[in-house]
Design a protein around this ligand. Structure first.
Ligand SMILES: Cc1ncc(COP(=O)(O)O)c(C=O)c1O
Length: 442
């Protein structure tokens, strides 16, 4: 949120509004209350429009003008408290829409409707909590295995549910290191394994290979009833069937226990949301009948956002499977375009296969990072090429980066960072590895 001074928002300020002086006071004021409020809100809208134009660093699809059609529903409280498949005394709900969304995902992830159970969550994080809670309830003395590049929600869940967590090394792409997984599984053969599988890591978009993980479990002596796999598919859960010609990168046809996807990522939604799905036979492990709501409580949240189900239902219907496939194709092509442009400009960068996330050298300037809404980790930053990101936006970004780079590094006092360890020597254009590349004729 931008700075507020005399009721106005400074549109050029990209601060996040975390400073005390930036907060909007709820005030008693006598004259023209409505005019004052309208001014604050229209200025804030302008600020959001400006931020949207430069939104490159996070996994959110901002292409959702069609959701304006649903604005009349904002007059209603809609709350899907409890099990989506069971009615309750709470009449203001949208469970019909929620079940329709769940049926769609059941088909996408290859599980029969009547063998699946799920719900529309508040986002990927909640879906991960639900998946790991189920794993722990089904295998109470199980140990959680997850790669070090997993989303922070996984480590938070391990703390919340007091699970022993074994952290597995990763390779340069961000994918799990199977030899490290094997070694650590073998050390703990006496305890069941709860695995968090990354269907696209947050920062690098690295994919853990489901078949290889199941093979490793079997080779280490873990039978089907002694492991539980939760798939964290926050970004790619919806894209999975369209990424690999060989078939979907995960599916309930294989030995997985649950999946979590975010609804505001590839699909799009103006509010955070997502889907969690599991096998119906597992949900009884956490279901409890609650008289007060006259239904089953088996979701992490009690009150649940009923608008989110309608938003997801509407977007899925407006886009259709074909529209989603086209979005995926566009994101993959634009991500390759960005990677190539950065490489052409001598900027260290990496793009994994099937990924929308282009990782490259972190700009040394905070204002630049804020201007383009970039997220950073160590010496790296990334652009997540979502459906709202156009070639023109990418071109403007690269031109801005190159222009600024001459200022940051022009006088030779500081050098661009070396990313050989993070993204591999062949992707690194630093003064050592870049020169070697030139010598090799690259
Ligand atoms: C791999 C992964 N898991 C989980 C999440 C959390 O999703 P949400 O922000 O919807 O809670 C993210 C978010 O970026 C993610 O990348």
């Amino acid at each position: 949120m931008a700075k507020i001074s005399n009721g106005a928002i400074d549109k050029k300020d990209h601060s996040n509004g975390n400073n005390k002086k930036d907060t909007l006071a709820i005030e008693e004021f006598a004259a023209d209350r409505q005019g004052f409020l309208t001014k604050i809100l229209t200025d804030f809208e302008d600020h959001l429009i400006e931020r949207t134009r430069h939104f490159l660093g996070y996994h959110v699809n901002l292409d959702f003008n069609h959701l304006m059609d649903l604005s009349p529903l904002l007059r209603f409280h809609i709350n899907n408290v409890g099990d989506p498949f069971k009615d309750s005394n709470f009449g203001l709900h949208s469970k019909r829409f929620e079940v329709s969304v769940l049926d769609w995902f059941a088909q996408l992830w290859e599980i029969e409707k009547d063998e699946s159970w799920g719900y529309v969550t508040n986002g990927g994080t909640e879906g991960n909590f639900q998946g790991l809670l189920l794993g722990r309830e089904l295998l109470p003395d199980g140990m959680l295995y997850t790669s070090r590049e997993s989303h922070y929600s996984i480590f938070k869940a391990a703390r919340m549910f007091r699970m022993d967590c074994v952290i597995i090394r990763t390779v340069t792409t961000g994918e799990i290191d199977y030899s490290d997984l094997r070694e650590k599984l073998c050390l703990n053969k006496d305890k069941p394994a709860i695995i968090n599988l990354n269907i696209g890591t947050t920062f690098k978009g690295g994919f853990d290979n489901l078949d290889l993980v199941i093979k490793t479990l079997e080779e280490c002596g873990f039978s089907n009833d002694r492991f539980y796999i939760h798939c964290d598919a926050a970004l790619y859960g919806l894209a999975s069937p369209f990424l690999d010609e060989q078939g979907p990168i995960f599916s309930f046809k294989k030995s997985i226990g649950s999946v979590s996807v975010s609804g505001h990522k590839l699909l799009c939604s103006s509010m955070p949301c997502g889907v969690h799905m599991t096998r119906k036979k597992y949900i009884t492990a956490i279901s409890k009948s609650i008289e007060y709501i006259n239904t089953l409580d088996n979701t992490i949240s009690g009150s649940r956002n009923g608008h989110a189900s309608i938003f997801m239902w509407y977007s899925l219907n407006v886009k259709g499977r074909l529209g989603l496939q086209q979005d995926v194709k566009k994101c993959l092509m634009n991500a390759q375009y960005l990677r190539d442009r950065l490489k052409d400009e001598g900027i260290s960068s990496m793009l994994n296969e099937m990924s929308f996330v282009v990782v490259f050298e972190r700009p040394p300037n905070r204002e630049f990072i804020k201007h383009w809404n970039l997220s950073c980790e160590g010496n790296m930053t990334h652009v997540v090429v979502m459906p709202h990101v156009t070639v023109k936006m990418l071109e403007d970004f690269v031109n801005d980066f190159v222009r600024e780079k001459n200022i940051w590094y022009g006088c030779g006092q500081i050098q661009p960072p070396c990313l050989a360890e993070e993204i591999g020597t062949s992707n690194c254009c630093c003064s050592i590895h870049g020169k070697r590349g030139l010598q090799n004729g690259k």
